[in-house]
Design a protein around this ligand. Structure first.
Ligand SMILES: [Zn+2]
Length: 106
């Protein structure tokens, strides 16, 4: 970051087909169903990271069995609340495990 190329913004000039995929490719995470479920879970469990406990940071929902591994998307028992740090840590660990052909780390 920090080395901007000086290209003019291209918003509005590209046809929809050519737009790059967003980082979170799955629009499910923007859906009203997911947001409603997250609000519900937070109301029940509190705005706390289930790995390290209550804290002030952003809390997000994390699938225990990932959806691409067949986990249920909207089942609260398959969803943990995690802060960004724990979420990233877990995601990186699972990616590494996946790359080694292993499963079930953490
Ligand atoms: Zn945490």
């Amino acid at each position: 970051m920090g080395r901007l190329s000086g290209l003019p913004p291209m918003i509005g000039t590209l046809p929809a087909l050519v737009q790059p995929a967003p980082k979170i490719a799955d629009p499910f995470y923007l859906s009203p169903e997911w947001r409603r479920l997250m609000a519900d879970i937070k109301r029940h469990r509190g705005n706390a990271c289930e790995d390290v406990g209550p804290h002030a940071g952003r809390i997000m929902g994390d699938h225990i069995v990932e959806v691409k591994d067949g986990g249920a998307r909207l089942d609260p028992s398959n969803i943990m609340l995690r802060c960004t740090a724990c979420h990233n840590r877990k995601t990186h660990r699972e990616k590494a495990a996946r790359a080694r052909g292993q499963r079930g780390v953490g």
